[in-house]
Design a protein around this ligand. Structure first.
Ligand code: XIL
Length: 765
């Protein structure tokens, strides 16, 4: 990096010559140890460069230099407390608690007297902190400020260049720069470094502000007694530094997380209790943990955890009494008689529910009893999973287990809990089941049998919140309580997340929590499944609010304040559409591709929308004044067209938005064209089929589709753009769609919304 020293290019005229990028990052700058004989000189440099900083002032020097102190303040800088006589107040100092208190008090008092404003930030001399000092700072309502980005300008032989490179090397979004307006060496080397640092940081896209302004920008209200080396950004802010999540949801619903007995009494438990007010045992209260051997109940671990959680003032939710997983084989093995299975179920439920009676607020009585995407949701019995309990007892095990639980602990709210309840068929089956059982049992202990429905909420980036909303409304209409019981949002793979994925994940969390706030009157609890990405059951997909180092991710801030998260990130969330080119020419459409295609660039259709990564391929496009011609080559397909739903068959779909207006709904220039590997076609709207011609050719696990798609509303010209996308549907051997790959639009909504399409430029020669 070429560094330019001196005023020159970084002076105000200099800035005029430079086009700084629009800042996307914020960093704070602070100067310690003043006021001094250098104050005016430093203030002039800051003024010239249009920077507002934080000055940590020494009380005694404030007392001796009231004019300089006032000048700092009236020029718009922020003033912090830096002790009274720069005495050692921390671990290395001799000051006792009373002396510490007096030093801080006197300093804040003189600053207030001089400027009219009492400081809210404290930085310890030599960054020497101790618990006693921290306690005093907390009592005084101040936050502790460290120095994440230090110039080390106090070092004896350090040069201006080294100060600059120390800062530029450590700079990061949310960081706090430490420099000195006075130190034992040549203070002017610091003052010379300032314009260069400011200029270089602005070139990199930083806005340079005071500590208070940084906190504001990051939406963090610094807390008394907490030390900040950097503030509030996704990448910093440890879980135990961040504002308590639960306070954002007071009077709305409980907010929870999971833990294991081993975490009792650890720092992780402190973090859990800082942010959450209800705990679910991730595994410790499941049947296999509590009654691995028939008749031998092992409550020790769970008890230890539950009692610690209660002692901390948090609530406990019980998970789970009956499930097809994590249950010992003896309970409901193949061939067991109905009566023996019922005895086993009732003994387990009675003993466990009675044991925790009074200590849990609610139970997941039955977990995951309905199959995925049931074809006949109106018949909930036919939608029941063929689980061991079902096979041994039959569909009435559902009612039986709830009745048994109600008797054993009439005080606990009884929940039915399941995943994928954003699937409308599954939600409908659950709805029908709960409705029937509650109508049949309107008064068990003064109320209907099932108190609540738990939507687990294991979601992904393409989860559609509209479906979550529909299901929530459906369950609320039953008059039961609703809880979100195991929320996590997968984003990324291999334990890595791109910056974009972090923000997109935050956006999904924000969208969901906005929804939850809307329905807060009906929601009992929202629990996240996992404190941090490292401990999550879906660790590789980084689904939690905290990262592996327990730092708050964008997702955390999204939950803390969904509205401001969306407002602050909306620009970043606009996805740049991919752009491809269509060449000019009129190919012959037939089973063997016209040689004209050879020179057309291929675009990849390889972004997957579902967990399974099946068929993918490439697409090429040609155009003339009448038609768009499309060639899709698909590989890795297990060819299957058994499903009556054409989109579930191995097929390709082309989406066209002729005027490239990216509307959120289809207009007359928009169309969807589907061709399966057998050249069977379907269209949306159906009229889009007029004049359409296609051919398909299969070779082992590959197939090729060519199409002639007449333009409906435009006569295209060279160098114009149309909205365009391609989707490859991959069917499983059972004929169910298990994989979807696209060129650009990852919303999964291309069939009704053109806003996510890529763009095709029509090239002539
Ligand atoms: C998971 C736990 O998180 C894992 O530690 C364990 O190995 C398997 O179970 N739905 C549920 C939870 O109801 O109990 C599951 O928890 C996740 C899916």
């Amino acid at each position: 990096m070429a560094l330019v020293l001196g005023g020159g290019c970084a002076s105000r005229e200099g800035q005029g010559r430079h086009q700084y990028p629009v800042p996307e990052m914020t960093i704070a700058i602070s100067f310690d140890d003043g006021p001094s004989e250098k104050t005016e000189q430093l203030l002039a440099v800051l003024r010239e460069n249009n920077v507002k900083a934080t000055f940590f002032l020494v009380g005694q020097l404030v007392e001796n230099n009231p004019e300089k102190t006032r000048l700092i303040f009236t020029e718009g800088h922020e003033i912090g407390n830096h002790s009274y006589g720069f005495e050692g107040l921390g671990k290395n100092g001799k000051a006792g608690e009373a002396a510490i208190r007096e030093s801080l008090r006197a300093t804040s008092a003189i600053i207030k007297e001089t400027t009219g404003k009492e400081p809210v930030y404290f930085r310890a001399p030599n960054l020497d902190y101790s618990d006693t000092l921290t306690g005093v700072v907390k009592d005084m309502g101040m936050s502790l400020i460290g120095a994440g980005v230090s110039g080390r300008d106090w070092e004896a032989d350090i040069s201006t260049e080294e100060i600059i490179s120390n800062i530029l090397g450590a700079a990061k979004d949310g960081g706090i720069i430490l420099l000195h307006e006075r130190h034992s060496g040549d203070t002017e080397r610091t003052i010379r470094a300032v314009p260069v640092i400011v200029h270089e940081l602005r070139l990199r896209g930083y806005e340079i502000v005071s500590v208070g302004e940084l906190a504001k920008k990051k939406g963090v209200s610094p807390e008394a007694g907490i030390r900040y080396d950097s503030i509030g950004n996704a990448m910093n802010g440890r879980a135990d530094n961040t504002p308590p999540l639960k306070e954002s949801y007071i009077n709305q619903f409980l907010i929870g997380n999971v833990m294991s007995p081993g975490e009792t009494g650890t720092p992780r438990f402190d973090i859990l209790s800082r942010h959450f007010n209800v705990i679910t045992a991730e595994n410790a209260m499941k049947p296999s943990s509590l009654q691995r051997e028939k008749g031998i109940f092992t409550f020790e671990q769970a008890d230890r955890m539950v009692d610690a959680v209660l002692a901390q003032g948090l609530k406990v939710h019980g998970h789970t009494l009956a499930w097809h997983q994590q249950s010992p084989d003896w309970m409901n093995h193949e061939g067991i008689s109905r009566s023996e299975a019922m005895e086993n179920l009732s003994a387990h439920v009675k003993t466990v529910a009675a044991h925790f009676k009074g200590r849990v607020i609610s139970w997941d009585v039955l977990n995951e009893a309905i199959i995925d995407n049931p074809p006949e949701p109106a018949d909930w019995r036919a939608s029941l999973r063929q689980s061991p309990w079902y096979k041994a007892i039959g569909p009435d095990y559902v009612e039986f287990v709830f009745k048994t639980a109600r008797e054993a602990d009439p005080g606990a709210k009884l929940y039915y809990n399941d995943y994928n309840l954003d699937n409308q068929n599954k939600a409908l089956a659950v709805y029908n089941m709960v409705r029937e059982l509650n109508e049949k049992n309107p008064d068990t202990g003064g109320r209907p049998l099932i108190d609540g429905v738990g939507m687990q909420g294991h979601y992904r980036l393409n989860t559609n919140t509209d479906n979550v909303r529909l299901s929530m409304e459906r369950f609320i209409s039953l008059g039961v309580e609703l809880s979100i019981t195991e929320l996590d949002i997968q984003a990324g793979s291999d334990s890595r997340q791109t910056d974009r994925q972090l923000v997109e994940q935050g956006a999904v969390y924000a969208g969901l929590f906005s929804l939850f706030r809307e329905y807060a009157a009906h929601i009992g609890r929202v629990s996240i499944w996992g404190l941090d990405d490292g401990s999550s059951w879906r660790s590789a997909a980084s689904p939690c609010l905290f990262d592996r180092e327990l730092k708050a991710k964008p997702a955390f801030y999204a939950v803390l304040n969904p509205v401001s998260f969306i407002a602050e990130n909306s620009i970043k969330l606009i996805r740049e559409a991919k752009q491809g080119e269509a060449s000019y020419g009129t190919p012959v459409i037939g089973p063997n591709p016209d040689p004209l295609w050879n020179n057309v660039p291929a675009l990849p259709v390889d972004q997957y929308l579902m967990a399974w990564q099946g068929a993918s391929g490439t697409v090429k496009a040609l155009w003339d004044e009448k038609n768009l011609y499309v060639l899709v080559q698909v590989h890795n397909a297990e060819l299957n067209k058994a499903s009556p739903n054409t989109y579930e068959q191995d097929s390709v779909e082309v989406f066209i938005d002729e005027d490239n207006q990216k509307t959120s709904f289809f207009r007359k220039d928009d169309g969807q064209y589907r061709v399966n590997f057998d050249n069977e076609t379907s269209f949306n709207p159906p009229s889009a089929g007029t004049g359409f011609v296609s051919a398909a050719a299969v070779r082992e696990k590959s197939y090729t589709v060519t199409m002639t798609i007449p333009f409906k509303t435009i006569v295209p010209a060279a160098d114009s753009f149309i909205g365009f996308d391609v989707q490859i549907n991959g069917a499983s051997a059972q004929g169910i769609r298990q994989s979807v790959a696209v060129w650009n639009d990852t919303t999964g909504n291309s069939f009704q919304d053109t806003s996510g399409y890529g763009v095709l430029k029509l090239i002539k020669n």
